[in-house]
Every structure is written in C-alpha cells, then in structure tokens.
Ligand binder design. Structure first.
Ligand code: SF4
Ligand code: SF4
Length: 454
C-alpha cells in the first residue's frame, strides 16, 4: 500500500498488529488556541459554578433523577412533563443535526466536556510536568529512574485528584451542593454504597483522561460516528486547500505545503488533515494555527488549512457566509427561540380532572344529578400558591373534599369533586362542563370534562 493511502487501512492510533499507538501531541500555540483556552475557562467556571447559583433560594439547574424532578433555568419539570420534555429533546436533536450539517464538528473541538477536560485540563497539566511532545516521547521510552518516577507519580496523583473532584462536581448537578456537603460531612460507613459508586466513577474518569483519551471521540461517541452521514460538500469544516497546497514538498514543488508536518504533530487525534475530512477530526483548529505559523515563516498567505467547505476549496469561492449557511442559521435561531419560548411559557400549575373510575351518575332526593371527579393539581412554581376551583360553564353546586387548598412549592394536591346539575342543565347523556383553576383570584387554567346523565 502506498504511503498516500495507507491511512485508510486502520485508525491512526493503531499499528499494523492492531495495537494502540500512543499519540504525542505537540502543544498548540496561536490565536485560535488562545480563544479556545479562554472559552474553556469560561465553560469550566460555568460547569463548576452553576450548582452553586440560586434564584430566590432555588437552584438554577438541578437534574434530580431520584425524585424525577428537573429544574432548568428555574423552570421545574416533573415526570408528568414528558410531552414538553420530549418536545425540548426533539428541538435539541434537530438543533444539533442542523448545526452539524452547517458547521461540522465545532461542538466537539470547542465545547464538548470530553475535549475541554482532556485538552484544557489534563493535557495542560501533562505539558507542564512532562514537557512538549518530544520530551514526553523520550520520557516514555526511557528506563525508570528517579526523575521519571517523580514525574509520573506527580502527574497521575494530580489526575486522580482532579478525577475525584470532577465526580463531586457532576454529583452536585444531580443532588445539589448542600446534599453533597452533608454527605461529605457524614462518616463514610453511613453512605458506603454511594461512596463506592463515586470511587468507581472517579476511576472511570481517571482511566478515560489518562489512558483511553481520544478514542472516546473516534470509537465511542455516537455523535462522532454520525459525521459521515451529516456532513456534505457544503458543510463548513476544517479543510486543507489541496488546490493551493499540492504538490507538496518544499522549495522545488509548486504547491504551498512544505510538508513540515506541523499540522499533524499538533492534532489531538493524530490525523493528517491533508488526507481530507476524516471521522477523527474534531475541528479543534490546532492544525490551522500550526500551518498559519509555517505560512508566515515562508511568507505565503495564511489559510492553507482553514474553515471552509469542500465546495469552497474546489471553486475558490467563500462559502462560510453562503445563502445556505445563512438559511440554516436562521432555522437554528428559530429552533432555539422555540426552545426558550416553551421554557418561559410553561403553565405554573398543571391540573388533571377525570371522572372517578368505576362511577356513574347518581340522582339525589331533590331530583339533581351528581357526578364524581378526581382532581390532581401540581404546583410547578417555587412559591406557596393558594388554589381555588370554580365551575365556569354552569351555575351549579360543587363540593370539594378538604378545606382551603394551599399548595407548597413543587407540591401536588389530590382530591374528589362532587358536582350537582339540575336535569334542565343537561344537554343529553353527556354534557360538556368546564372547570376554572384560580390562584389569587386570577384564572390560570381551564379544564373541560363531560358530565354524564340519564
Ligand atoms: S485535523 Fe486539525 S482540526 Fe481536526 S482534530 Fe486534527 S488538529 Fe484538530
Ligand atoms: S502545516 Fe501546512 S505546510 Fe506544514 S505540512 Fe501541514 S499543511 Fe503542509
């Protein structure tokens, strides 16, 4: 197999015998890396900070799976909110698909937690302790001596501590920081199973970021594997301008690529972008700035590797701001707008009224017809809410078991309603009736049911 096509034989991090080939990534350096670092610091601050943010004494976001209660930007979702959650998930999936078709795998290189932690936390610590790629390679090849043992023990000890801290932060997203601090202050023996789970999760993080690394992006992540069907010739991805670069090789070649290999040595997934768009590329932009610095040195225009579509490279026309990109961006904005609108306009209370199962109508001594209903009201707000139930459609007698209804925050109320209608109010065997649910005198919701009669 020729050198040019041998990359298709196997993943770049695998040798001919199928064994793992360790990737020694050169430390990126340049404008894009600076932007990526700044963005990742903001991302990390958000990830760590969000569990501590409260609005009116309630968490900003909490994913309380145990109690099937999710608070997202202050809005509470219960298990009963399956429809709205499904709608939000669907709009999220459509958002991801349209975003990927338009802008490729930018999420992976810039915002995916796997990349942020690997490239911006663990890899930076590794660079700091073991040096850049050549030093790291030499260190790994060298026999164990005091210096090597010191560096390896120091690095892995820090990795273990960070993995354990990551597990704690993740846990805060699910149970809140107060609960975590409470658990931490209790003897381990009282929460032994929980503690063991935390150790297993920490060990998993440690293994992923110390050893498994980029294989998550290339082998495991389903989103990564979907790139082949999502991208097309108009998708904006990190691309090599082969028209300008080839034939590569240096002084006597006609192309601009001098074959310095800098784009390959900075790639965290170990690929050569000059072979075209590949599943392994996470659009991290490290090769763009590596190549730009080479171009600067040899006094050629930057952008031999750049964000562009295959079509853009082929035609030489700028496709980054094409009609398609603009139209798809508009669709993305609309989906995001719908997402925010759905979040903001959710009803603050949710009512369900159903005729009590197994009951028919009854006739009273004074000739009225009565029906029984089961009512359930959920308070989705953070405040204590007084509830009043009225019959909107008819002037009739109504009895509700229990006294005044005051729903505490996130609480639910269940009771039975007995409704009496005069025979002359009935419109047949089934009469449509409407209940109104009021809070503080304000109509919040109406609910239609049928009243059965003779
Ligand atoms: S090819 Fe370039 S953009 Fe893609 S992963 Fe490698 S360095 Fe990052
Ligand atoms: S960094 Fe640029 S010039 Fe160097 S090998 Fe890669 S594409 Fe060619």
């Amino acid at each position: 197999m020729s050198e040019e096509t041998s990359f298709r034989d196997r993943p770049i991090n695998m040798d001919e015998d199928g064994k793992r080939k360790w990737i020694y990534t050169k430390k990126p350096n340049g404008k894009w890396y600076k932007y990526r670092s700044l963005f990742s610091y903001f991302w990390l601050a958000t990830f760590i900070g969000i569990p501590f943010i409260k609005i009116n004494g309630n968490p900003l976001i909490i994913l309380d799976i145990a109690h099937r209660k999710f608070i997202i930007f202050g809005a509470i979702f219960w298990a009963q909110d399956t429809f709205i959650m499904a709608l939000l998930m669907l709009s999220f999936v459509i958002f991801i698909l349209v975003f990927t078709v338009t802008f490729g795998r930018v999420w992976c290189g810039w915002a995916c937690p796997q990349t942020i932690f690997l490239e911006m936390v663990f890899r930076k610590i590794e660079h700091l302790i073991e040096g850049d790629y050549k030093e790291r390679y030499k260190l790994d090849q060298a026999d164990f001596n005091a210096k090597k043992i010191f560096k390896k023990v120091l690095k892995h000890s820090i990795f273990i501590i960070i993995s354990f801290l990551m597990t704690n932060i993740f846990l805060m997203w699910f149970i809140g920081y107060e609960k975590l601090f409470e658990l931490a202050s209790e003897p381990i023996t009282e929460n032994l199973s929980g503690f063991l789970i935390m150790l297993v999760v920490s060990a998993f993080f440690y293994w992923v970021y110390s050893f498994f690394r980029e294989q998550i992006c290339t082998w495991v992540c389903p989103y990564g594997r979907m790139q082949g069907v999502l991208l097309d010739s108009q998708s904006i991805v990190v691309n090599y301008d082969y028209k300008r670069g080839e034939p590569r090789g240096g002084k006597n070649s006609e192309g601009d690529c001098v074959n310095c290999q800098h784009c390959v040595s900075v790639c965290p997934t170990g690929i050569d972008i000059r072979n075209g768009t590949q599943l392994e590329c996470i659009n991290c932009t490290a090769c763009i700035e590596a190549c730009d610095s080479t171009m600067e040195r040899i006094k050629k225009p930057k952008g031999l590797i750049r964000f562009d579509s295959i079509k853009g490279i082929e035609t030489g026309k700028n496709t980054v701001f094409s009609t398609r990109t603009k139209a798809y961006s508009l669709v993305l904005l609309l989906i995001f707008g719908f997402f925010v609108y759905t979040l903001l306009t959710r009803p603050s209370i949710e009512t369900t009224i159903l005729r009590t199962p197994g009951t028919m109508f009854q006739e009273t001594d004074n000739g009225q017809i009565l029906n029984l209903y089961n009512i359930r009201i959920i308070n989705k707000t953070h405040t204590e809410t007084p509830i009043e139930i009225k019959l909107e459609s008819h002037n009739a007698k109504m009895e509700i078991a229990g006294s005044e209804i005051i729903l505490k925050d996130h609480d639910s109320y269940e009771s039975t309603i007995i409704l009496y209608l005069d025979k002359n109010q009935l419109t047949g065997k089934k009469t449509d009736i409407e209940f109104g649910i009021y809070t503080n005198g304000e109509l919040k919701e109406t609910y239609d049911v049928t009243f059965v009669g003779p």
